[in-house]
Design a protein around this ligand. Structure first.
Ligand SMILES: Nc1ncnc2c1ncn2[C@@H]1O[C@H](COP(=O)(O)OP(=O)(O)O)[C@@H](O)[C@H]1O
Ligand SMILES: [Mg+2]
Length: 251
């Protein structure tokens, strides 16, 4: 039985990385060993030197995945970055166009091997997806298919403001239609609250019309640090998280 979550968003930049970090803190709080994985990261910066602390296995590798590095730090993982972010691209694009421009095919075997390693070592793996569900990885394989292959329950991160009802409902309803198990929605303030009527009323409306529960409303944090993220993770409904990790407690 696989344990963990697959994190997607209604869009890119909604806060998937921050919510992945918060979920890791929440799971650790339950006394479980949790880790992060970002199977594919694009927009990686080129570094002139090899960063020792990342334990790159490939000696020539100089592409730095910022989400993966942040998550490695927050999760306190001592593993090679090759397991956390097995596939890295330079161009800030969806994986399909990045892969075509760079002439590198996505090696799915590498992703599987990394996931196998992490899921054996840790009680739960929180996997950050790439953008939203319809982001292409190859011409006929999308983030949705990657989520299916991981077989983990899905968590949808969405924006708080105007427009989010439609984006959230499209994402969760499509995921359900495609047979994915959706655990819940997390509304994330990636910017300061604007105090709009939409922000105030959206959670209630989503609760009324969505078949999926809201796991929490994650606040805007001035400083995104270990402590502040850990503290804010208390805004997430631990009972829903626990329910999906139940198997760990039974073991
Ligand atoms: N709760 C939050 N508080 C403060 N800043 C946030 C919060 N969530 C996201 N951000 C900021 O918003 C930006 C996008 O968040 P990120 O987690 O990287 O999104 P994604 O992974 O979906 O692309 C980042 O600069 C991040 O620091
Ligand atoms: Mg991210």
């Amino acid at each position: 039985m696989q344990k963990g979550f697959f994190i997607t968003g209604t869009d890119t930049g909604v806060g998937k990385t921050i919510i992945t970090a918060a979920l890791i803190k929440a799971i650790k709080h339950l006394g479980l060993k949790a880790c992060a994985m970002k199977p594919i990261e694009t927009g990686c910066l080129k570094s002139k030197v090899k960063v020792q602390s990342l334990n790159f296995k490939d000696k020539d590798e100089v592409l730095l995945p910022s989400d993966g590095i942040f998550l490695k730090e927050i999760a306190g993982m001592d593993d090679s970055i090759d397991f956390i972010v097995p596939i890295r691209f330079k161009n800030p694009l969806a994986p399909l166009p990045a892969s075509e421009r760079e002439g590198i095919y996505v090696d799915f075997e590498k992703i599987k091997k990394a996931y196998r390693y992490l899921s054996k070592k840790y009680d739960a793996v929180v996997v950050e997806g790439i953008g939203g569900l319809f982001v292409p990885i190859t011409r006929d394989y999308f983030v949705l298919d990657l989520a299916k292959d991981f077989g983990l329950p899905l968590i949808v991160v969405s924006r708080p403001g105007l427009g989010t009802i439609n984006h959230t409902m499209l994402t969760i309803n499509y995921a359900i239609k495609e047979g994915l198990h959706v655990a819940g929605i997390i509304i994330n303030y990636s910017h300061k609250s604007k105090g709009t009527l939409a922000e105030d009323t959206n959670p209630e409306v989503i609760k009324q019309i969505s078949p999926i529960p809201i796991i929490g409303i994650f606040p805007y944090l001035e400083n995104l640090e270990n402590d502040t993220i850990e503290k804010a993770a208390k805004n997430l409904d631990i009972e829903i998280i626990k329910k999906y990790l139940e198997i760990c407690f039974l073991n």
